[in-house]
Design a protein around this ligand. Structure first.
Ligand code: TXA
Ligand code: MG
Length: 344
């Protein structure tokens, strides 16, 4: 494995690795991806192998030009208003943290879509991802670059520590700005449906195309999107989630970590601790805040990084505050709930 900082030369080498059927971990605005040529089944097989990922979990194909869509998606089978919605969203929300589920063309290998009749497509808003895609094959299949079920990587070092041996090149482009994965939106059916909340808030989508469903369930069925598996994105350390009014009153125990969404909640909790436990004990509790001002964009960007940092043997338990259920708060809470031990 080579760990390379981004420059023309490393981008060219990484692109050659993709074109030759190898694997490159690369930055996107959401999380790092583990990429291979989307049209090369052998490269796709390597991705599943490297992640220890069940074959039933389909991949997102990343593009860097809208024209590429026509090589992968059969837009003729979309209803008229589906095509209109696609046009509006691809113009206004791409490049960006939005993945669209579209009817698939035969040219896309079944391994990329786990045999589904649909393909997930995303146009990432990151210069390194875009250049890697256009310098190589134009379409890179990439799941998040973490072992299956574990926290997603928001820094190149996370990838190196977790998957290093299984990747040919890791391109270090610094921390990811969005920090949670893309929103996955299925526009094949009569009404668009969010299969995974993520970096594009539901509100932003609805402002453009009207109401979208977000339960993600098919009646009585198995998960539509494996991102819906209840336990996912999980740290090894047990994690519990709390509403604000519950966590601020919760006495901490030494060895525990408290993860707050905003600084004001931490202050309220700290004030209550003085009555609950001796100061010396409070000092042995690890306290972190996702955003001092409670800015949900900043909180999302730091979420996985904080969870990586807190996921270590010295910490017995992580107690995490839920965010307000709006904007990126929906994605933050989705990841926290799946990371919680109650979900296992
Ligand atoms: O932000 C992201 O989306 C990151 C970066 C690397 O782009 N990628 C990512 O990929 O999160 P992954 O593989 O970890 O998650 C892909 C999600 C899964 O929940 C998968 O089930 C869903 O997309 N998905 C992919 N193809 C699908 C399809 N045809 N139908 C329904 N869901 C699909
Ligand atoms: Mg993932």
């Amino acid at each position: 494995m080579e760990f390379l900082s981004v420059c023309d030369e490393s981008l060219r080498r990484a692109a050659a690795v993709i074109s030759g059927g190898g694997l490159v971990a690369f930055p996107t605005e959401t999380v790092y991806g583990l990429g291979g040529d989307a049209f090369n089944p052998a490269a796709l097989a390597k991705i599943f192998e490297a992640k220890g990922r069940p074959r039933f979990d389909p991949l997102i194909v990343h593009i860097a030009a809208l024209e590429t869509l026509e090589k992968m998606a059969d837009l003729s089978t979309l209803a008229d208003d589906g095509r209109e919605k696609l046009a509006v969203m691809s113009r206004r929300l791409w490049p960006g943290p939005l993945t669209l589920i579209l009817p698939k063309l035969k040219a896309v290998p079944d391994l990329a879509t786990s045999g589904l009749a649909t393909v997930a497509v995303r146009f990432p808003d990151h210069p390194v991802a875009q250049r890697l895609i256009s310098l190589s094959t134009g379409a890179i299949a990439a799941p998040s670059a973490n072992p299956f079920g574990y926290l997603s990587p928001t820094r190149a070092e996370h990838v190196r520590d977790q998957l290093g041996a299984n990747v040919d090149i890791i391109l270090d482009g610094g921390p990811c700005s969005v920090g949670v994965e893309s929103t996955v939106l299925d526009i094949c059916g009569a009404q668009p449906r969010i299969l995974r909340p993520g970096g594009t808030p539901k509100e932003a989508i609805e402002a453009l195309i009207g109401p979208v469903l977000s339960d993600g369930e098919i009646p009585g069925g198995s998960p539509v999107s494996p991102g819906q598996l209840k336990s996912h994105y999980a740290p090894r350390t047990p994690l519990l989630v709390y509403a604000t009014e519950d966590i601020i009153a919760l006495p901490g125990e030494k060895g525990e970590a408290f993860l707050f969404v905003d600084g004001a909640s931490r202050e309220t909790w700290l004030a209550a601790q003085q009555g609950n436990v001796a100061e010396a004990e409070t000092n042995r509790i690890t306290v972190r805040v996702l955003s001092e001002t409670g800015d949900l964009l900043e909180a999302a960007a730091r979420l996985f990084e904080m969870l990586h940092e807190l996921d270590r043997p010295a910490i017995s338990r992580i107690r995490a505050q839920l965010a307000p259920e709006q904007g990126l708060g929906a994605a933050i809470n989705d990841r926290l709930r799946r990371a919680s031990c109650a979900a296992r």
